[in-house]
Design a protein around this ligand. Structure first.
Ligand code: NAD
Length: 337
């Protein structure tokens, strides 16, 4: 093992006492920086053996990655790694690790909350009462019995499956579309269908795919036009998976019934965004993952990732698992800490 190993956190926002306590004994020097541009990251990470990042926008582009001469691992405190050029990292032998399971419970709870708040029109009823009104709401805006509705899950990975497990209690019909999941590996009670069928049949649609070239804008005008006029779209994945201009048109022209969004194309949501004006839209500020518990979990996973690579092991959740690392790594399952 080299005498020293430098880990640079370029997005530091929190308290890193836990990281320091675990890194100290294994000879990892943690540097806390705030680097937001490509040039700042390149300057901050010139001698980094590990780069830690947290932000969804931090530009880990091919240019930045090719300048990381010593780096062995990029560890992200998140699930989505859409701001990291994975192909460039793989080409340079850098392992990219995420924290795949740190917020599965929180985001699926959030998706369920948004689905049920939409189905029961909780937010608009709350506003209705606050303006001094009471009776008449449901007659003007009919509600449906949730158990009579179909839930459509776009993507059937960790968060989607946890959402299905929780929504099963509402006894809805559940369908999912995921080209990488076969019937035999699907969640119990969830029927795998093509996306087109899901869009036509679902009353509540919950989006759970990673953002990549294939999924960017996948819920666009054509998708909205195939949905029921009462359909509600919930997005807790990444904003750009939905074509936001098309969503605004779909809401304005009543192609669909409503939306609930934890993530939007531009974050924070601009004050001028028309999404703020729709009564049938629920907005939360990308807090789906948040809880005291998930914050502790994510630090444990990121520190595990860096510690493992520092000691010659794979991290627990390599995203580019086919990479040939700059230094050979032993299996994560053999790592003891
Ligand atoms: P996951 O990798 O376990 O699941 C993603 C699923 O999407 C996989 O099953 C994959 O096969 C599927 N998929 C990929 N391309 C698809 C396509 N074109 N059509 C349909 N399915 C497709 O990830 P996860 O843990 O379930 O997280 C999903 C996403 O949620 C993450 O990528 C991240 O962007 C987002 N997320 C958001 C928050 C938040 O705070 N709101 C927190 C964590 C994760």
């Amino acid at each position: 093992m080299n005498p020293r190993f430098q880990a640079v956190n370029i997005d530091c926002n929190f308290d890193y006492t836990y990281d320091q306590q675990r890194f100290g004994p294994i000879g990892v020097d943690l540097l806390l920086k705030k680097a937001t541009t490509e040039d700042e990251i390149i300057a901050a990470c010139a001698d980094a053996d590990a780069v830690l990042l947290e932000g969804t926008k931090t530009p880990m582009t091919a240019r930045v990655i090719s300048a990381l001469r010593r780096c062995r691992v990029i560890a992200k405190s998140a699930v989505g790694v859409d701001n990291v050029d994975l192909a460039a990292a793989t080409a340079h032998g850098i392992v990219v690790a995420n924290a795949a399971d740190y917020c599965t419970e929180e985001v699926s709870d959030h998706a369920v909350a948004l689905l049920m708040a939409s189905a029961r029109r909780v937010m608009s009823m709350d506003r209705f009462v606050r303006t001094g009104q009471w009776a008449g709401f449901t007659r003007a805006n009919p509600l449906r019995r949730v158990s009579q509705l179909t839930l459509g899950l776009v993507g059937l990975g960790r968060i989607s499956r946890a959402t299905a497990r929780k929504m099963a209690g509402f006894q809805m019909r559940m369908v999912a579309s995921d080209p990488y999941v076969t019937g035999s590996t699907s969640e119990a009670g969830v029927e795998i269908v093509p996306l087109e069928r899901l869009l036509k049949e679902a009353d509540l649609i919950s989006v759970h795919v990673p953002l990549n070239a294939e999924t960017r804008g996948m819920i666009g005008e054509s998708a909205f036009r195939q949905m029921k006029p009462t359909a509600i779209v919930v997005n807790t994945s990444r904003g750009p998976v939905i074509d936001q201009d098309a969503l605004v048109r779909a809401l304005r022209e009543k192609w669909i019934g409503g939306a609930a969004l934890d993530v939007v194309a531009e974050e924070p949501l601009p004050l001028t965004s028309p999404l703020r004006d729709f009564d049938q839209v629920i907005l939360t500020p990308h807090t789906g993952a948040d809880s005291e518990d998930s914050m502790q979990h994510v630090r444990r996973t990121v520190v595990d990732s860096v510690s493992a690579v520092r000691q010659g092991y794979w991290p627990p959740f390599p995203v580019n698992a086919k990479v040939t690392p700059r230094f050979p790594l032993k299996p994560w399952t053999e790592f003891r800490h």
